[in-house]
Design a protein around this ligand. Structure first.
Ligand code: TA6
Length: 300
């Protein structure tokens, strides 16, 4: 076992709950198994890669063509997009969705309760991040694995001046057949339609997917419920600290153009993202923090 793995397990492993192993691409991942579920979290990007309540099909989608290497975001799971969502507001040459999802996070703590296993990861500013975003910060990700999955991102301003940040917990969900799902909770909301020149439109009824879909739903704090008849289940996505929800499916042409995405995989996934997108950004004073969190549960 790598020295750092041995050191990690010596300090943070909890027998029969959480251990650190070398995963695909030799990336260090935390493996969680408890009475309710299994989950894996890559230290690379602070990325939840899998969550599976016992007796259920996997809840999160990961592409079979996902790239597992330092500096790359993994196609699937819950990428941590921060400190901006999608393109940088003024400089399109900067990485899509910010830098946090490509950075190496560190383990801060592990804990267990009767009902759950908790993993806390941290990411601090560096020369690389400063070159992209001239602020000092301390990010913390709290992943709590129980009958439900809870993920909370805490962004602390450790500098002397306020900063404004956006982003998303960019969740990829596994579905049985994307053409038969219905996403409830956004009825009546206004959305920015990114596949129709950014036009603002009103959502009528549940969201269904029958083509490339890339929408930022505005001013919504509601739970989303992904009704998936093919897998005989519903996935509930509740959130705090976010007023925008993004729904994305690349469909066939876009999927074929994405290197780390299988050409047919769009048929069994959908992103419902807990976002701080569009004008839903947070201005954080020195010493203050912004928290955004999601809770994912399966209902049958
Ligand atoms: O959240 C939707 C989106 O912004 C889409 O426009 C698409 O770009 C997707 O994110 C994936 O982005 P990525 O940089 O991970 O390929």
């Amino acid at each position: 076992m790598h020295l750092d793995l041995q050191a990690l397990n010596d300090q943070f492993a909890i027998p029969d709950q959480i251990a650190f192993v070398s995963g695909p691409g030799d990336l260090v991942v935390a493996e969680v198994r408890n009475r309710h579920a299994t989950a894996t979290v890559a230290l690379q990007g602070g990325q939840v890669v899998s969550f599976q309540p016992h007796g259920q099909a996997p809840v999160l989608f990961v592409s079979r063509q996902a790239i597992f290497r330092p500096g790359a975001s993994i196609r699937g799971g819950i990428p941590v997009c921060w400190p901006w969502f999608a393109q940088h507001p003024t400089d399109p040459a900067k990485p899509m969705h910010g830098f946090a999802r490509k950075a190496p996070w560190e383990v801060l703590a592990t804990a267990m309760t009767e009902e759950a296993t908790e993993l806390r990861l941290t990411l601090a500013d560096s020369e690389e991040t400063q070159a992209l975003w001239p602020h000092t910060f301390a990010l913390e990700l709290a992943v709590t694995v129980g009958a439900q999955l809870q993920v909370e991102l805490i962004a602390r301003n450790t500098g002397e001046a306020p900063f404004t940040c956006g982003g998303a917990l960019h969740s990829y969900f596994q579905v049985g057949d994307v053409t038969t799902i219905a996403i409830h909770g956004l009825d009546g909301d206004t959305y920015v339609d990114k596949v129709d020149s950014g036009l603002r439109k009103a959502q009528r009824g549940p969201v269904t997917i029958g083509a490339e879909t890339d929408r930022i739903y505005l001013d919504t704090t509601a739970d989303c419920l992904i009704e998936d008849p093919a897998l005989w289940r519903q996935i509930r996505v509740a959130k705090e600290g976010s007023r925008t929800t993004v729904v994305w499916n690349p469909w066939a042409d876009k999927a074929a153009a994405i290197a780390d995405f299988g050409p047919e995989e769009y048929q069994t996934m959908v992103c419902v993202e807990t976002a701080n997108a569009a004008d839903d950004t947070a201005t954080v004073a020195p010493g203050a923090e912004h928290r955004v969190s999601l809770t994912i549960g399966v209902e049958t």
